[in-house]
Design a protein around this ligand. Structure first.
Ligand SMILES: NC(=O)c1ccc[n+]([C@@H]2O[C@H](COP(=O)([O-])OP(=O)(O)OC[C@H]3O[C@@H](n4cnc5c(N)ncnc54)[C@H](O)[C@@H]3O)[C@@H](O)[C@H]2O)c1
Length: 887
């Protein structure tokens, strides 16, 4: 008899306690090899070897190419052992020889194919181009690293294949592994160990410990040095493994039992379906976890189908597994034979109708073998135990059903969800049924089909995780995120500053992607702007007011052939529906860029249309997402017709979500428009109240940006210049709306204010204005203007010098004034400007009910803008007092 030893740390060794056991040929019932039987001490030695090997890094630390080269040597050595592996697998596991050949061949193919996939297609390092976190900019990337020491526990039905399902991904991804083959079938794993030794894999990377579960299994599943367990076997043992692994929180992948349904539809090709039903059950004597052991047959073809199945299985030749004429060999062991007999008796007791089989078979010359006739039970109720419990032998239950829906319901009435089949001549119908079954794999007009690049694993109690393909490789990796900040300095880190008294954030990154073309007649440059972004088919987006003022038609004429259409249905404070309507129109006209002509409402809608066009779907898919876009969006050119929001250069789009009852926004550098044309002709038709309101919006942007904790030198330059331009030019445009020079200055001011707050954020005035806008429909610019002076006074001791500079920009003669007084004078100057241009001065004038101020305070304090306010805001009473002052 051949003798086999344990494989630990690169050497074949006896068990520490000298124990051995015999491997039995199930076709004869006779032993044919003795095998060292691993115990606790051997498990500890193997785990220690695997741990040392992993920690040494001469495998886990190799680069992928070097590791793959070594694994190719391993695959070559396995191929050299091919004939021996096939014969040994047959004798050990009872597979018929033809089947064993395909399985053994697959073991080395699988290793090579998965290795090639990992080398060429599996990303070991991935950049996260858009992290979604605007507060902590920098580089984020993700590494896939090995898990560590893995344990592979392999069942007896397909020993070499299922061992390789674990060995290949584990080793490819840089782990080390201890394999425990089933005690019924220990041999081919040890032949794989010989191949590994011949290929000179580093010591300890691959270890094999034959033996029964018990103490050995417990040691493997509880040892603190084991990082992952991959198990294939029964659900009962899987549960126990999960329990044992939980103490040290190991990663587990479990591929467990099944009671898969093979659904025959009434339009199936009868010959094919009968073959599929029988092959699906009786391949390898039914000892396949994915076997289709519940055949679901429609009542109208039921009797004929059962009869044809009977004829087919009665034609199977049962014989010794090495006899090439055998269709079915023995079951794996005496114990398994007893289990099969137990279930057949149970089926009879439960009232199922035994159609054929139900008995042992004696094979001449192999009388000691464990042969059992293929067995069909008909008229099985799905509630019966033979339909609910996994038998793992040549027994099939044929269950009758009425409609497709009923078939799916029966298929799903199981604790398992491993695999299944559908047979039909109508592939679309079969796919519908397949999609309804809650299971990890569905085959249509086929069964038992595996592929290295397709995942396998179970729903429900059939398992955890997946084997094979990309999904299987992932299971043998850990995911590590690495973040490298844009600045390595405590004062530039917004989050560090949370615990610091000095909230001021130093440092910034400045992205300025918008090309600004400003001046009288600058509309002439619009076609060039379209060409510059690589487009030729522009859709104009606008709103009814702007169209009525003749502005959209001006742009249409300037675009000439480049204009493929116009969408003029954007409302003020645009909602999701209007964005979706515009995106549909753009798709219909195959527009390749958007030209927004209007104020903040149209431009924000345009930004969102661009994102929706690029990414597909609906506007709501993109709202309330920050810094989530990783590539350029559909090009966007804007012609602002108000001078307020600065939206033409900002990275934000504000969209009303009626269901949420709020304005929500996208914040992302990728939505900043490509080009902005500031032509004063476009703001000359703006009514006086809009001129004033939008100017105060821009003023608030500039003042809040300059005083925010994120302010920086570039923001300051833009903000102070914007404030100066507004304070000088707003009275002029209010006095004479046709003053082109002043109108242009107002546009430029709004744009600069937009840049300033994009780089430095806003503050409490915006939080308060958003709140009264949302709750009481106060126009945004008006609300901003009313609360701004009060917030400036509130901030006076936290932004004294900045506010003093604001005063200068507003034209205050601060000579001789103390800095704090100058800062306070800035607030007075804002009020004086507002009075001069006829801006509303109190919240009571714009429809805010006094009794609602408390609620407004609570809402405002939750607005994200307060995070950046110069003075920390945490007490709703303080906000309430400000609302009162502004009332
Ligand atoms: N994206 C950002 O950075 C940002 C910043 C602040 C505000 N916003 C948003 O911008 C929107 C407000 O934008 P807005 O203040 O520019 O106003 P708007 O775009 O809502 O336009 C207001 C009204 O003025 C009319 N109008 C505009 N230009 C005109 C012109 N030249 N002649 C005659 N009528 C004209 C419009 O038809 C409309 O009825 C709000 O939804 C707000 O949330 C966005």
């Amino acid at each position: 008899m051949e003798q086999y030893k344990l494989f630990i740390d690169g050497e074949f060794v006896d068990a520490k306690d000298g124990k051995t056991f015999e491997s039995i040929d199930p076709g004869t019932g006779l032993p044919f090899a003795t095998v060292a039987q691993a115990g606790k001490a051997d498990a500890e030695a193997a785990i220690a070897a695997a741990r040392r090997a992993f920690d040494r890094g001469d495998w886990s630390g190799l680069d992928m190419a070097a590791r793959i080269a070594k694994l190719q040597d391993f695959a070559d050595q396995i191929s050299q052992q091919g004939v021996r592996m096939v014969l040994t697998e047959c004798m050990d596991a009872g597979q018929i020889i033809g089947f064993a050949k395909t399985l053994v061949m697959w073991a080395s193919l699988l290793l090579r194919n998965l290795a090639a996939y990992a080398a060429t297609k599996f990303p070991l390092e991935e950049e996260v181009l858009a992290s979604g976190n605007p507060f902590s900019p920098g580089r984020d990337y993700v590494r896939r690293e090995p898990v560590g020491v893995c344990v592979g526990i392999v069942p007896w039905n397909l020993p070499s294949t299922l061992a390789m399902w674990k060995i290949a991904p584990a080793l490819i991804m840089g782990n080390t592994i201890v394999v425990k083959p089933a005690s019924n079938t220990p041999l081919t794993a040890l032949i794989l160990a010989e191949a590994a030794k011949a290929a000179d894999l580093p010591k300890g990377v691959f270890n094999v410990l034959p033996g029964p579960g018990g103490e050995l299994g417990k040691t493997l599943c509880t040892h603190p040095d084991v990082d992952k367990i991959a198990f294939t076997g029964s659900t009962e043992v899987g549960r126990e493994i999960m329990r044992m692994a939980s103490d040290t929180v190991k990663k587990v992948t479990l591929e467990l039992g099944g009671k898969s349904a093979n659904i025959i539809l009434d339009d199936a090709d009868m010959d094919l379906a009968v073959e599929g039903a029988c092959f699906g059950t009786f391949l390898h004597q039914g000892q396949m976890c994915e076997s289709g052991t519940r055949v679901l047959v429609p009542s109208k073809i039921y009797d004929e189908f059962v009869d044809r199945m009977r004829k087919r299985v009665e034609s199977y030749r049962i014989g010794y597994q090495l006899d090439p004429t055998s269709h079915m060999g023995p079951v794996v062991s005496k114990a398994q034979l007893a289990t099969v007999e137990h279930y057949v008796n149970l089926g009879k007791e439960e009232g199922a109708e035994l159609i054929t089989g139900g008995k042992r078979v004696e094979v001449k010359g192999f009388e000691g073998g464990y042969y059992y006739a293929p067995t069909i039970f008909a008229n099985v109720d799905n509630k019966m135990r033979i339909a609910q419990e996994e038998i793992f032998g040549p027994v099939v239950c044929v269950i009758k059903y009425g409609s497709d829906e009923e078939a799916v319901a029966i298929a799903n009435d199981s604790i398992y969800g491993l695999a299944g089949g559908v047979f039909s001549n109508n592939i679309a119908r079969a796919e519908r049924v397949a999609r309804g079954v809650r299971t990890g794999t569905m085959w249509i007009n086929d069964f038992h089909v595996f592929a290295e690049y397709c995942p396998f694993g179970g729903y429900k109690q059939s398992g955890v995780g997946r084997e094979l393909g990309h999904w299987g490789l992932e299971e043998y990796t850990q995911v590590k995120r690495i973040h490298v900040p844009a600045f390595s300095d405590r004062n530039t880190d917004f989050l560090f500053n949370l615990l610091s008294d000095n909230k001021k954030v130093e440092g910034f990154s400045y992205v300025c992607p918008t090309a600004v073309i400003a001046g009288h007649g600058s509309l002439s440059s619009i076609c060039k702007a379209v060409v510059e972004v690589g487009s030729r088919r522009a859709l104009i987006l606008t709103d009814p007011g702007v169209r009525k003022a003749g502005l959209a038609d001006l742009v249409k004429n300037a675009l000439g052939d480049f204009c493929v259409g116009m969408y003029d249905d954007i409302p003020q404070d645009p909602d999701l529906e209007s964005v979706d309507g515009a995106a549909d129109k753009a798709r219909e006209l195959q527009a390749d860029c958007i030209v927004s002509v209007g104020g903040g409402s149209v431009i924000d809608a345009g930004k969102t249309v661009c994102v929706t066009l690029k990414g597909g779907g609906k506007a709501n898919d993109y709202i309330n997402r920050w810094y989530a876009l990783s590539e350029p969006q559909t090009p966007h050119i804007v012609v602002p017709t108000t001078a307020g929001t600065g939206s033409e250069v900002t990275n934000a789009a504000v969209i009303t979500n009626k269901t949420a009852g709020r304005k929500l926004f996208i914040a992302d550098p990728r939505i900043t428009p490509n080009a902005a044309i500031l032509d004063p002709r476009f703001t000359m038709t703006l009514p006086k109240d809009m001129t004033v309101g939008s100017a105060m919006d821009a003023m608030t942007h500039a003042v809040e940006a300059a005083t925010s904790i994120m302010a920086n030198q570039i923001c300051d330059g833009q903000a102070f210049q914007a404030i100066r331009l507004i304070s000088e030019n707003l009275p002029l445009v209010v006095a004479d709306g046709k003053n082109e020079k002043a109108r242009l200055n107002m546009q430029i001011a709004a744009t600069m204010a937009g840049w300033s707050f994009t780089i430095a954020q806003l503050g409490l005035a915006h939080a308060m204005a958003h709140t009264v806008g949302t709750l009481h429909h106060v126009p945004h610019g008006a609300a901003c203007g009313i609360v701004l002076p009060h917030v400036m006074r509130f901030n006076v001791d936290h932004a004294t010098s900045k506010l003093a500079l604001v005063a200068q920009a507003l034209g205050v003669d601060a000579k001789g004034m103390k800095e704090r007084d100058a800062a306070l004078a800035a607030a007075d100057a804002v009020e004086a400007l507002m009075e001069k241009v006829g801006h509303p001065m109190r919240l009571r004038d714009v429809g805010v009910p006094e009794e609602d101020l408390v609620r407004c305070s609570l809402h405002a304090i939750a607005d994200s803008n307060v995070l950046f306010n110069a003075r920390p805001v945490s007490d709703p009473m303080e906000v309430y007092n400000l609302y009162r002052q502004a009332y």
